[in-house]
Design a protein around this ligand. Structure first.
Ligand code: NAD
Length: 347
């Protein structure tokens, strides 16, 4: 483990198994310098169990960066549950997982991630209090996606102001990849701001809705990155910016919700070299964890959430200015700032 390429002085990497329910889970606590580690739990089928460990190591570090850059008093952690290969009892699985979270003793607070819903959080809650993203309870914050979408919308405005000198998005063209919980909400904000939308998804129903409700132009999934647009907003899965896609990207700004948009860190420099302003994903998409943090604090205060979103805008603006002045890629500047905030050596 200590020689694993993604091991970055993680404070704890915990493996849990429960024969009865079939639970196999990894809880990775990257850094708790700013507070208990917070990050979602992912339920995923892994070809090789070691991929689950790699995922937990990478994702937990990204959460440390995200939480630090959002100015939250939370550290970075993430958990993955290896999806059982045969039919399983979901309640028993998440009860066993809740006991695992409890066993970490409050150093890790969980919430939803890919494959996990508020219903699963409710089951976890029967075993531990170290859980957020609930849709019931005194400080419940519910679905974080609308706040993530608002954060992405605000980030696009910051990027447009920096790169194009414009105060308004009216008349601009934005290409949105993925119209899920965040992507569709983002499109609603953009439509209200007078943006022309070009969209894609692998789900035909949601595309038709976007066409009817938002006047969006629909393109094939493999064409979205290459359309003529001012902004490309990846809001589906990771890796949207790769050696394959980047040469065809015509937007001058990339800002979206997806985690891990750069297929490799070097793509940040490749964007810079092509004159494309890349808004670092973990800064842009922090709205959701800001919303979760409000719940963790014990009192959900919408004003506090709004102030944190304003902070996110300021942080992004500073990253753009620092990157321009230093001629460094924006992802490198963001990582450096995050590591400084965490008291970690800058790599
Ligand atoms: P989601 O599952 O609701 O939406 C994803 C959408 O992408 C779906 O509509 C899906 O059909 C579509 N999609 C999948 N593959 C595609 C492809 N190849 N081409 C086009 N569309 C494709 O997820 P979400 O909650 O909206 O999250 C979107 C992204 O933002 C994810 O990467 C997620 O990790 C990240 N994110 C989400 C939140 C949040 O609050 N939900 C917070 C931070 C980051």
């Amino acid at each position: 483990m200590f020689n694993h390429p993604d091991f970055d002085a993680h404070e704890g990497v915990h493996l849990f198994s429960d024969t009865k329910s079939g639970l196999k889970a990894v809880i990775a606590v990257h850094n708790t310098a700013r507070g208990p580690a917070a990050g979602g739990t992912r339920l995923w089928s892994y070809a090789d169990p070691s991929d689950a460990v790699t995922d937990a190591l990478r994702l937990s570090r990204a959460m440390s960066y995200k939480n630090a850059m959002a100015g939250l008093d939370l550290g970075g952690g993430k958990a993955v549950i290896l999806r059982p290969e045969t039919d399983f009892d979901r309640k028993a699985l998440f009860e066993a997982y809740g006991r695992a979270v409890e066993a970490v003793g409050g150093r890790y607070i969980t919430a939803e991630d890919v494959g996990v819903s508020p219903d699963d959080m409710r089951i976890i809650k029967t075993q531990t209090d170290f859980v957020a993203g609930l849709d019931e309870g005194p400080a419940a914050s519910g679905d974080p996606s609308p706040v993530t979408a608002e954060g992405v919308f605000r980030s696009i405005k910051v990027a447009v102001r920096h790169a194009m000198g414009l105060e308004s998005l009216k008349g601009l063209r934005v290409a949105v990849q993925g119209l899920g919980h965040v992507g569709y909400g983002l499109c609603e904000h953009l439509h209200a701001a007078g943006v022309h939308l070009i969209v894609t998804d692998i789900n035909g129903a949601v595309l038709e809705r976007a066409r009817q409700e938002l006047g969006a132009v629909i393109v094939e999934p493999d064409a979205i990155h290459a359309v003529v647009a001012d902004v490309f907003a990846p809001c589906a899965l990771g890796g949207a910016i790769s050696e394959t896609t980047l040469p065809d990207i015509r937007a001058s700004i990339i800002a979206g919700a997806a985690n891990n948009q750069l297929a490799s860190p070097e793509m940040g420099e490749a964007c810079r070299a092509r004159g494309i302003l890349y808004a670092p994903d973990y800064v842009v998409n922090a709205g959701g964890i800001i919303n979760v943090a409000a719940e963790v604090s014990g009192t959900y205060d919408p004003k506090w959430v709004s102030e944190k979103l304003e902070g996110l805008e300021l942080t992004l603006k500073n990253i753009f200015v620092m990157a321009s002045e230093s001629r460094l890629p924006t992802n490198v500047v963001a990582d450096k700032l995050a590591r400084e905030r965490l008291g970690l050596s800058v790599v």
